[in-house]
Design a protein around this ligand. Structure first.
Ligand SMILES: *Cc1c(COP(=O)(O)O)cnc(C)c1O
Length: 228
């Protein structure tokens, strides 16, 4: 099931890319495995996935231990509390949800202890009241500039969570806003190569608007059951 889903999504990503003249190699497919056990992640790895996204520190720690030998790049995509940074810092590849200087400072500080440099993205709150997290669009460039001097972080891009639209077209203005922020950064001399946007419902639209990382859960692993 998982293997077939991954194949199907890869095909769709290729189709979108060839339609709009992008190279599908630019798109990093992150399989979002929250609530699914390690056996599902193993299936995804067998199907060629190497990037896994998780939302919760404890759940991520458990799976990382279970899958220590697998060649996985772990992405943290949920809200991250500063006091939990230390648990994931030795092996996390990329944090998508940085929305304050204090969190950035803690990440840089802990990364320094482990002699490593971490990729981060600034989370942009594009839906106002619906999400408590992320910086306002108009504050995004300023946040990027504050994070840039931190020694052990690479600010590689911007991330947003769309509005869980019924119609994927409803996400397009949000994704366009993200692209405009990326272009605004370039005008200020800051290269932000990555846009992390697009989920099961709207990743096609996100790729059309410049996404380089799509975060897909349901279409790979099936519907989530939060009881377990
Ligand atoms: C759960 C989650 C996803 C995956 O959502 P699907 O709709 O299942 O593809 C992507 N990004 C974030 C931040 C998530 O929390």
């Amino acid at each position: 099931m998982v293997a077939e889903n991954v194949k199907n999504i890869r095909r769709q990503i290729s189709e979108v890319c060839s339609r709009i003249g992008r190279d599908s190699k630019e798109i990093i497919l992150i399989a979002v495995s929250k609530t699914f056990g390690s056996e599902f992640i193993r299936e995804a790895i067998s199907a060629g996935i190497s990037d896994i996204g998780e939302n919760y520190v404890q759940e991520l720690q458990r799976k990382q231990q279970e899958l220590e030998r697998e060649p996985i790049r772990w992405h943290f995509i949920g809200h991250l509390q500063r006091n939990k940074v230390k648990y994931i810092i030795p092996w996390i590849q990329c944090i998508h949800s940085v929305d304050s200087l204090r969190l950035g400072e803690e990440l840089s500080h802990q990364a320094a202890k482990h002699n490593r440099t971490l990729d981060i993205l600034v989370e942009v709150n594009t839906s106002d009241e619906e999400s408590k997290f992320g910086v306002k669009p108009e504050q995004t460039i300023m946040m990027v500039k504050e994070l840039l001097p931190l020694n052990n972080l690479n600010v590689v891009g911007l991330m947003t969570i769309g509005k869980f639209p019924e119609n994927p077209e409803d996400s397009r203005p949000t994704f366009q806003l993200m692209r405009h922020l990326q272009q605004q950064a370039v005008r200020d001399g800051i290269l932000l190569p990555h846009l992390s946007m697009g989920m099961t419902n709207d990743y096609h639209v996100a790729i059309e608007e410049g996404a380089t990382m799509v975060r897909i859960g349901t279409a790979i692993f099936g519907k989530r059951n939060y009881q377990h």
